[in-house]
Write a protein that binds this ligand. Sequence first.
Ligand code: M6R
Length: 613
Amino acid sequence: MCGIMGYVGEREAAAVLIDGLRALEYRGYDSVGIAVLDDAGEMAIHKRAGKLNAFAAEVAAREASGRQGIGHTRWATHGAPSDINAHPHTDCSGKVVVIHNGIVENFVELKQSLRAEGHNFQSDTDTEVIPHLIEHYLGEGASIDAAVRETITRISGAHAILAMTLAEPGVIIAARIGNAGGVVIGYGHGENYLASDLPAILPHTRRVVFLEDGEVARVARGAVTFSRDGRTVDKVPQDVPYDPVSAAKGSYKHFMQKEIAEQPEAILDTLRGRALFSESRVSLEDIGLDADQLRQIRRVLLVGMGTSLHGAMIGRYFMEQIARIPAEAENASEWRYRDSIIGPETLVVSVSQSGETVDTLAAMEEARLKGCPQVTICNVVGGQATRIADGVVYTRCGLEIGVASTKTYVAAITAVYLLACYLGQERGLIDRERMAGLLQPLAQLPFQTGEVMKRNGEYERLAQEFFRCNNFLFLGRGIQYPVAMEGALKLKEVSYIHAEGYAAGEMKHGPIALIDRDMPVIALAPRDQLRDKMLSNIQQVKAREGTVVALATAGDQEIAETADHIVWLPEATPLLNPVLTSLPLQAFAYHVAVRRGCDVDQPRNLAKTVTVE
Ligand code: M6R
């Protein structure tokens, strides 16, 4: 899940590459590197461990010149994040340079056989076999296109690759195999761009082509051609929208802070034109399934990973309680290997901010093979998930830069709610009156989220009180259970504090042994049918001298008097409470991380888009 960027044109490539990599750093930031080919046929490679800023200053000082180049920002899989393991990697002669996203699963045996042919390796990476394989085929007289084509037949796994060679200046070859993140090609005037994702390209052009599995592109300054298995493929560039304002941090200190604040708007934008309040109807423009297909659904399977899995788990309640369809939510990385008994009667709903998460895509492929109709909830326009699914409900959040998902999670919950309403409506289960009752709370949601965010000072004070703790327990029941898991995940990923999210009913079956004064318990107890059970859990924690921070609906004095700290929430329908309970947990995690001096937007070891297993 690294970021890859390429440029060939009239401008200085190094600056274009570095700007592009800045937009891709969410995919990894263990190391960074570029290779630039100048007009005299000299290849300059700069690479080093660490983040982009220091690297950019170094490259600027060296004045790397040339109008063609490739660049990479790495999330390490094989080999430590060191200078030598940073991409680009080269062949023995230094004439072939390669950057790569993916894992060469058979690299050990390939290295052995290449070593036996006399190839020498510099790094511990799996990637380095790729330039050596290309060198091997070039040595047999192949063109660079043919050499890359042969190379991709030798490597196992899923990959996105960019390659250049001194033997054919002016050309960058791109290849995509499987779902290791995409390759998108941007068409400029007398210049062309390549990247793993749109944000790197959209400041320059909106005319793009996405490379599909098995395709190879030959990108020159004035021409782009495509092939598959050596045969030409015709592809027509499409125009994609871009809002550059959403990419800027503005007056906020961190993207995470900005993105938390943007949530009322993200919900509103996700609802716009879909929740038709005056007509008591839901309209989903790109659902991709006809009335017959919708009627035949007997079951819904929601899949996702991380925060998106938590959104899927919340969506399960919507499917059962709104659309009255039996529903399950599964971790995509587990489900994909289970050979689950599933077929055309099951609607698969994948939740993925990026639309590029490898396990979610693999689960979708598995579902496709089994004949399931599919809808994806995705934020990135044109993400791979949108191309596998029959239909899509886009969350309209704009770019989310912070590695920790916030606004896209809340918008995904909103989108799945809409989808459940739509399914109920199209299957004739929800009449206008019931739909009015389901939509009305949605209309209030942007305002209510705004109200919750106004209490930011309280979340900051709680963070001040607790930021030195080393363990946290988050408890929730029913639809609040996934929120408890999400609260714990958010705290873990941005502040590096150990936190567990538990179903509160499970507490007595083990976790209660952990309760003491040093482990705060965050209890999600908004007003719903399980609120009394949560009160019992809070009392049980208090009886063991635990410290409780409770999230409760305004006016619930009993909870306030039992807990040590109270976070008030507006009165809402229980099904939409997860949006309101999630916001203080995100803000709490953010403030704790800031107090602990953590890199909030780029936490250690993480990447925004996970394109490897
Ligand atoms: O792009 P996706 O929504 O498919 O990503 C799934 C997870 O990797 C993602 O939600 C991850 O858990 C976030 N870092 C959580 O904040």
